[in-house]
Design a protein around this ligand. Structure first.
Ligand SMILES: *[C@@H]1O[C@H](CO)[C@@H](O)[C@H](O)[C@H]1NC(C)=O
Ligand SMILES: *[C@@H]1O[C@H](CO)[C@@H](O)[C@H](O)[C@H]1NC(C)=O
Ligand SMILES: *[C@@H]1O[C@H](CO)[C@@H](O)[C@H](O)[C@H]1NC(C)=O
Ligand SMILES: *[C@@H]1O[C@H](CO)[C@@H](O)[C@H](O)[C@H]1NC(C)=O
Ligand SMILES: *[C@@H]1O[C@H](CO)[C@@H](O)[C@H](O)[C@H]1NC(C)=O
Ligand SMILES: *[C@@H]1O[C@H](CO)[C@@H](O)[C@H](O)[C@H]1NC(C)=O
Ligand SMILES: *[C@@H]1O[C@H](CO)[C@@H](O)[C@H](O)[C@H]1NC(C)=O
Ligand SMILES: *[C@@H]1O[C@H](CO)[C@@H](O)[C@H](O)[C@H]1NC(C)=O
Ligand SMILES: *[C@@H]1O[C@H](CO)[C@@H](O)[C@H](O)[C@H]1NC(C)=O
Length: 891
């Protein structure tokens, strides 16, 4: 067997070398052209290649029987330059220039590549209009122009591309309308043109003659009807028309498409009923039609779509009751029916959907009471029932909602008192809102256990008694509102209370103390000093709490784009979906962004590593980090995120792009995302593995791993490394959202790399995700101005960096019990002179007493740290300046 292979190889080798002679002139041509291309694009990997056979150069594939270049793949090398020369490779069948920085027009001469079947120019900066010459590429099967700055209209000449099966041009600035000829492309399977400026109607023959499986036109200015034709061939799998001006009704013919898995038609002007035929689409996973003018009842036929994961009909004119049959939807994760005119009671069967994660029935006319079954499904994370006509008491069973992140019960007619079980919802963090009801009685002490909660609103009720001092356990609190109740007594001394505006406490006749102007007479003195010195464990909880808050948001956002990616991948590989492996999880999607690591990373091995507890490096509430040994010998760190949110919102493709772009930001002091994998409902993020762990461990954990001598030079070089990483981020206009010593990783040479950079790009606060408000960074690192600006800025980063530098200098945690209540590391250091302490008493004596030189350096670095942590943002130095100042120390 092996000999046979060998023989074939030898014969093949002979054959090709004889061919080399035979086709000499052709190959010489290609070599010359390739060398010129290599020069123009500065391809170092070609010029350094000594192999005389250019067919073996990176990115080149020649035809089997000659040295004719048939495929050229230069994707993902960050290239610039003039690509016109490539059109000299006349016999090219496939050209992939995606993920580079090419700009200027797409060369007209590409129209000369008459044998081209695949052309991928996506993820570049090509501008001006699509050249009409591309219409001459008669053999083209796949054309990808996505993610450039192309403008003008889609040229009619492309109508000649009869063989076109996949046409993608999303995220450009193309205007005009979708040409009628698109409907004549009988081979078309995939057509995406979302995020452009297309207007006019969707051609009413689109899909009528073709195998159309994926149609994605969201975020354009399309008008008119959703044409019946797109459902006529019954092949459609994914339909995304969100965010246009489409009108008319939803065609009943959509019921023909048994394979439809995703329908997203929100943010249009559609009216009429949802056709009952929706129940015929048993494969339906997502149905999103929010923000339209749809009306009638919510059809019970949805209950037949047993794979339904997300149903979003918010902000329409639906009336009637919620079908109890929805209780059969075991895969349902999000049911969003807010802002309609629904009435009746909260349907108890729906509460038992075992995967339900988000239930949003707010702003309807629901009546009845909140049923005790409310959290019989303990997975619920979002329960939004505000602005209804709900009566009765809040059931004690609310305490079963242990996973809840947000509870909105405001603006109802709820009576009775606040059940103390509310303190069992220890994960509550986004908001607890019981405002504008008829609640009576005292505030339960147990509220103090909600140490992750950011926003609390009990306003406009009839609550009585004191604000219990135990509420000071709510260490993450930022917004609070107790106004318009009958509360009395002294407002406890607690920073979030005193920092609030007085309107948070107004309308309570008996309340006194700050921030209200009414003083409390002689109760004052005793109340103020009695709660010091018991902060430690709470502070630790708060640290965990805020890390979790960041993590939730990150996880949610990361999953959002991954699920979207997975959805699109699924469509693209619809044919290949059959390959299923028994016993091990099927990998649904995955990508390694860094080209030269593709070989080294084995997805199966990464997945397998996460199945073994012994590989665990780090466990958090929402993610677990594993060490994964690849068959290639490489070790990677795998961050496993649990699926928790499947909301599909606009512009996630931008986030995929960001992640990929970020993976190209190479700086020695930044951790780059290497790739991701999705299987079942699990998402894995791949990073480099760092055997020396985090800076936090290095400084604060004395384990065997970190059994090293006090070493100031190493610490200083770590400090400089972190500063350089951040200076680079600021240079490319990226603000880090969670700088802490726990997010600084150390490689085998103790070179410092800043991690979690991706969250900064994935979380775009302008997108208004609810959980964004919970992002402030880690406790102890949050700049003071954040309390009122709610925005992380470059000077805010400098502050957080200053805290890291103080940790390095003092070997103390950013918050320690020893500092006293309300005093963190920054305050402790800044107030040292006032306490009569010298800087030497602040610095880690194990280091500063080693030598005069070290002590001098440390005092100089302390000056930098003090400047960085100045309470006035404008007075803090720029990150670049920090690097300079620290470098000065080493001289
Ligand atoms: C290529 O060949 C030159 C001279 O023959 C040699 O100096 C150089 O090291 C070689 N480069 C590689 C990458 O093999
Ligand atoms: C080239 O050869 C490989 C195997 O040697 C074969 O799989 C492939 O189909 C051939 N391609 C063409 C274009 O003939
Ligand atoms: C690229 O080079 C061609 C000639 O080879 C020239 O006509 C064209 O203008 C150049 N394009 C750009 C963007 O510089
Ligand atoms: C190649 O394309 C350019 C621009 O479209 C055209 O002017 C030229 O004649 C073409 N050359 C050949 C050999 O087809
Ligand atoms: C461009 O589109 C083609 C056709 O759908 C697809 O195969 C290819 O993966 C896309 N390229 C990128 C970089 O996404
Ligand atoms: C399309 O955009 C171009 C500029 O890129 C503009 O000149 C043209 O008028 C626009 N056409 C329409 C129909 O808006
Ligand atoms: C589409 O095909 C039909 C029938 O072949 C033809 O009559 C029509 O002109 C074509 N439309 C366009 C815009 O090419
Ligand atoms: C499709 O749905 C309609 C309305 O619910 C129903 O009458 C019909 O029987 C269904 N057809 C199939 C094939 O399931
Ligand atoms: C429902 O989902 C499962 C798992 O993804 C899949 O195997 C099954 O084919 C789906 N059912 C339908 C009717 O599409």
């Amino acid at each position: 067997m092996e000999i046979l292979t060998l023989l074939t190889a030898v014969m093949f080798g002979l054959l090709s070398s004889s061919q080399l002679v035979a086709t000499g002139p052709v190959s010489d041509d290609d070599r010359t052209i390739l060398l010129e291309i290599g020069k123009e694009l500065s391809l170092s990997f070609w010029s350094s290649s000594n192999s005389s056979n250019y067919c073996s150069w990176t990115g080149i594939v020649c035809s089997n029987d000659s040295l004719v270049v048939e495929r050229l793949d230069l994707s993902g090398h960050g290239l610039q330059g003039n690509v016109t020369l490539i059109s000299e490779l006349r016999r090219l069948k496939s050209l992939d220039l995606s993920y580079n920085n090419f700009h200027g027009s797409i060369p007209q001469s590409f129209g000369n590549l008459s044998e081209l079947e695949v052309l991928d120019l996506s993820f570049n900066k090509f501008e001006s209009s699509i050249p009409v010459e591309l219409g001459r590429l008669k053999n083209l099967r796949s054309l990808n122009l996505s993610n450039n700055y192309l403008s003008g209209e889609i040229p009619d000449e492309l109508g000649e591309l009869e063989n076109l099966q996949e046409f993608q041009m999303y995220t450009n600035r193309v205007n005009g309308s979708i040409p009628l000829w698109v409907g004549n492309l009988t081979n078309l399977r995939i057509f995406t043109a979302y995020e452009n400026e297309l207007g006019g109607h969707i051609p009413d023959n689109l899909g009528s003659n073709s195998e159309l499986q994926l149609l994605n036109l969201h975020s354009n200015q399309l008008e008119g009807l959703i044409p019946d034709s797109i459902f006529s061939m019954e092949k459609l799998n994914i339909l995304v028309l969100t965010q246009n001006f489409l009108t008319g009704t939803i065609p009943t013919s959509l019921g023909n498409c048994k394979g439809l898995s995703s329908i997203r038609i929100g943010n249009n002007k559609l009216f009429g009923n949802i056709p009952k035929e929706i129940g015929n689409i048993t494969s339906l996973t997502y149905f999103e039609a929010d923000n339209n003018n749809l009306s009638g009842e919510i059809v019970s036929e949805f209950a037949q779509c047993f794979n339904l994961t997300l149903l979003n009909l918010a902000s329409n004119g639906f009336s009637g009751t919620i079908p109890p049959g929805f209780g059969q939807l075991n895969n349902l994760q999000e049911l969003i029916l807010s802002a309609n005119s629904l009435f009746g009671e909260i349907p108890i069967p729906v509460l038992s959907c075992k995967n339900l994660n988000k239930l949003d029935l707010s702003n309807n006319r629901l009546n009845g009471s909140i049923p005790p079954e409310i959290c019989s499904n303990s997975r619920l994370q979002y329960l939004l029932l505000n602005q209804n006509f709900l009566r009765g008491e809040i059931p004690h069973e609310i305490g079963n909602c242990v996973k809840l992140l947000e509870l909105q019960l405001g603006s109802n007619y709820l009576t009775g008192s606040i059940p103390p079980e509310i303190g069992r919802m220890r994960n509550l963090q986004i908001a607890l809102n019981l405002s504008s009801n008829h609640l009576r009685g005292q505030l339960p002490q147990d509220l103090g256990r909600l140490d992750k909660l950011v926003a609390l609103d009990f306003s406009n009720n009839q609550l009585t008694g004191n604000i219990p001092p135990a509420l000071r356990g709510m260490l993450s609190l930022i917004e609070v509102n107790f106004s318009n109740n009958q509360l009395s007594g002294l407002i406890p001394t607690f920073v979030p209370f005193q920092k609030s505006s007085n309107s948070s406490f107004l309308g309570n006749k008996g309340l006194c103390g700050e921030p209200l102007s009414s003083s409390c007479g002689n109760i004052n003195g005793s109340g103020q000093f009695s709660y010091h010195h018991k902060v430690s464990y709470r502070i630790i909880l708060a640290v965990i709490g805020s890390c979790v808050a960041v993590f939730v948001s990150v996880t949610v956002v990361v999953l959002l784009f991954m699920l979207r990616e997975r959805q699109e991948k699924a469509a693209e590989s619809a044919g290949a979906a059959a390959e299923e492996t028994i016993g091990k999880p099927v990998i649904l999607a995955g990508n390694v962004f860094i080209e030269n690591l593709r070989q080294a990373i084995d997805f199966d091995a990464a997945v397998k590593a996460t199945m073994k507890d012994s590989n665990k490096i780090n466990v958090g509430t929402f993610s677990t980090v594993y060490r994964a040994d690849m068959p290639s010998g490489m070790i990677v760190s795998v961050k496993k995120l649990r699926s928790m949110d499947r909301t599909l919102i606009h512009h996630q493709s931008k986030m995929i792009r960001e992640l990929e772009r970020l993976s190209k930001l190479t700086h020695t002091n930044l951790v780059r995302p290497m790739g991701f994998i999705i299987y079942e409902d699990v998402a894995l993020l791949l990073h480099q593995y760092f055997p020396n762990g985090t800076l936090a461990e290095y400084l604060h954990v004395s384990s065997k791993k970190h059994d090293h001598k006090p070493d100031w030079p190493t610490r200083l070089s770590i400090a400089i490394g972190v500063a350089e990483g951040l200076a680079f981020l600021h240079h490319v206009a990226i603000i880090h959202l969670d700088i802490s010593s726990g997010n600084v990783l150390l490689d085998s040479n103790f070179n410092a790399l800043v991690g979690e950079v991706e969250i900064s790009k994935l979380l775009d606060p302008s997108r208004g995700t609810a959980s964004i408000s919970a992002v402030a960074g880690s406790f102890g690192y949050i700049p003071p101005e954040y309390a009122y600006t709610m925005q992380v800025t470059a000077p805010g980063n400098v502050y957080s960096y200053g805290v890291v530098l103080l940790e390095i200098l003092t070997t103390r945690l950013p918050v320690e019990e020893e500092f006293g209540e309300g005093v963190d590391l920054v305050k402790w250091v800044h107030s040292a002179p006032a306490r009569g302490e010298t800087p030497e008493q602040i610095l880690d004596a194990k280091l500063s007493t080693v030598s005069f030189g070290w002590r001098k350096d440390m005092l100089a670095a302390l000056k930098v740290a003090l400047a960085c942590t100045d309470s006035t943002p404008a007075k803090r130095p720029k990150m670049k300046k920090v690097v300079e100042m620290l470098r000065e120390i080493t001289k």
